[in-house]
Design a protein around this ligand. Structure first.
Ligand code: FAD
Length: 257
């Protein structure tokens, strides 16, 4: 039987357990598929760690780890890095400081009704939105930094290769319209909705979590407005909603180790 024990979740919150699960899976499973890291793939990993270090809402031991991983990678630039050496830093082998990333996945909001649904890809979207909002919140003035880092992570490491190709195409078509930090948040929200539209009714859709044009009316009553008898997005309200939803204040630590 593949029934899943459902956790009690608050659908308005973001769970740190989902975000940390995403990091664990990306760094220990996806990146681990490359026993040797060099060139543009190594650069992509370094950029990813750079935005994680700056904008991931990390607890102290994880903050230390992200920082040492990033500086170690930065020192390896232009070299050939083995995954084994990277993993030694990731797993804090020398133990000079307390630094740790959860060794398991533990999805909360992102848990599917069956093991084949949701999980990691859901946590990647959550992480990605979180990083665009946090960068704005922390006063970054480079709206392409997070988008570029995440796009190149997807391009070089994301396990679903179809997804990566679709996503790269979409980014190439529209990402250059992003001019400021708010645009970056909006661009990702819109792009995610385009993916939702394409996948609605697909075999990969969890019947308990249908793909909708997000956020739902229930989640954000102010996000839609009527113009000439047609419902459209109230974009400023959506932006506001995104900033609240993905702010550090809206993080829950339940179920996190
Ligand atoms: P997800 O779409 O993963 O969303 C996670 C959560 O984010 C939702 O539960 C909701 O709370 C919130 N959310 C939903 N929409 C938005 C939005 N517009 N803005 C902000 N938050 C939102 N699968 C494919 O089969 N084909 C693909 O081409 C494909 N491309 C992908 C590209 C990327 C970059 C990623 C990260 C994933 C891709 N996937 C693709 C996987 C797919 O998009 C879903 O992640 C997966 O099906 C799990 O869906 P889910 O129901 O958990 O919701």
């Amino acid at each position: 039987d593949d029934a899943v024990v459902q956790k009690t979740v608050n659908s308005s919150a973001i769970y740190i357990a989902d975000l940390e699960s995403s990091l664990h899976y990306s760094l220990r499973v996806e990146v681990a598929r490359f026993s040797v890291l060099t060139g543009d793939r190594l650069k992509a990993l370094t950029m990813y760690l750079s935005v994680l270090k700056k904008y991931f809402p990390a607890r102290p031991y994880l903050r230390t780890l992200l920082s040492s991983l990033h500086s170690w990678l930065y020192r390896q630039r232009g070299k050939i890095v083995t995954y084994t050496d990277f993993a030694d830093v990731l797993n804090n082998k020398d133990q000079k400081q307390k630094a740790v990333l959860t060794p398991n996945v533990n999805f909360v909001w992102c848990q599917g009704s069956k093991p084949e649904f949701r999980g990691y890809p859901c946590s990647v979207w959550t992480l990605f939105h979180m990083l665009t909002v946090r960068a704005a919140e922390l006063g970054s003035s480079n709206p392409h930094e997070v988008l570029k880092a995440m796009c190149s992570y997807v391009r070089f490491f994301f396990g679903c290769r179809d997804c990566a190709e679709h996503f790269e195409k979409m980014a190439a078509e529209s990402m250059n319209s992003v001019r400021n930090m708010d645009d970056a948040i909006r661009w990702l929200w819109l792009s995610h909705n385009r993916v939702n539209k394409r996948l609605a009714g697909d075999a990969t859709e969890d019947p308990h979590f249908p793909k909708i044009q997000w956020p739902s009316k229930e989640l954000c009553p102010d996000c839609r407005k009527m113009i000439n008898n047609e419902t459209t997005w109230d974009t400023p309200a959506v932006l506001n909603f995104m900033k609240k939803r993905f702010s550090e204040n809206n993080l829950l630590y339940d179920y996190a180790e």
